[in-house]
Design a protein around this ligand. Structure first.
Ligand code: NGF
Length: 291
């Protein structure tokens, strides 16, 4: 099966913190029309979903779905530590809007037990005709799951895989070997090549919003057995990713969209608003990697 690349969709905001629908729609279009992306991951970390209200998250699901049509795969990230809200979001995404696949971050902040985490996933899925990717992101959630624990979550047949944002390559290898039929989408863009070696099914990430072509070329080189070329492309991508992180990750990806002619709005507070220095930095990054 061909490996898939998903951009983690950004949500465009106005200066007053309200949603900028035109900007979000334009980023969906850019991903489909310019990046020819396989799919979009909507309402995740990159989408700033954890700073949005339930009503805003629902609205995001609706406009992204409308704009994308059947142009690419879509995954709605519904996770929240308020399980009632996560269930409401899942029901809305699947039954009102029509998403076929959802994802949910592991419940965070409180030190939940594994049984509580399993109950969270089973509760989200209860009564819903859908499939779900576990969103595992230990660095931000503080929740690390073992291969055995992933196996227990997979006992729910609606759970089809993992969005694996984690640099633990031994765990990735163990999970890959133990669950060859489950999907694993890698989520640390700067380590993609190492994850490809371990057999991931693709990647979901923020930096692909602008850097999709180079990443598709890297995957093609890897699949053709040209590891030297794949590594050369990963080196360039990582120079780009490090420059973006140094300039402030999410605001800079939006500024790069601006450079590409897409009015992507700005980030929501407490994320930074773009300063003149950040704008100048983004212009340099765009000229260096995308011209
Ligand atoms: O932004 C983060 C935070 N991770 C993303 C991605 O895994 C998140 C990753 O692309 C995502 O897909 C989502 O939920 O929206 C990084 O931004 C990238 O590798 C640069 O470090 O961990």
């Amino acid at each position: 099966m061909a490996k898939k690349l998903y951009s983690a969709l950004m949500t465009a905001f106005n200066e007053d913190g309200t949603m900028n629908d035109a900007g979000t729609r334009a980023m969906v279009r850019y991903n489909i029309d310019v990046n020819h992306i396989d799919g979009l991951y909507i309402g995740g970390s990159t989408g700033e979903a954890f700073m949005m209200s339930v009503a805003e998250r629902k609205h995001l699901f609706k406009i992204a779905f409308e704009e994308a049509g059947d142009g690419c795969d879509l995954i709605a990230q519904v996770g929240a530590i308020n399980l009632t809200e996560a269930k409401e979001l899942a029901d809305y995404a699947v039954n009102t809007v029509g998403y076929k696949t959802i994802s949910a971050v592991t419940p965070f902040y409180y030190p939940f037990t594994f049984d509580q985490i399993k109950d969270y996933y089973d509760s989200i899925l209860d009564g819903l005709d859908t499939q779900l990717l576990i969103y595992s992101l230990p660095a931000l959630t503080g929740v690390s799951l073992s291969a055995e624990q992933f196996g227990k979550l997979f006992e729910n047949p609606k759970i089809i895989g993992i969005k694996f944002t984690n640099a633990d390559f031994l765990l990735l290898e163990r999970v890959r070997k133990a669950f060859p039929d489950k999907l694993i989408y890698f989520g640390s863009d700067e380590m993609l090549l190492s994850a490809l070696v371990l057999g991931v099914d693709g990647a979901i990430g923020s930096t692909f919003n602008l850097n999709a072509k180079r990443t598709y070329d890297e995957i093609a080189a890897f699949e053709a057995g040209d590891n030297a070329k794949a590594l050369e492309l990963q080196h360039i991508s990582n120079d780009y990713i490090m420059d973006v992180i140094d300039n402030d990750l999410y605001p800079t990806i939006k500024l790069l969209f601006h450079e590409a002619g897409v009015d992507a709005g700005i980030c929501k507070k407490p994320m930074n608003a773009p300063t003149p220095e950040m704008k100048a930095g983004a212009a340099k990054i765009y000229a260096k990697y995308f011209n």
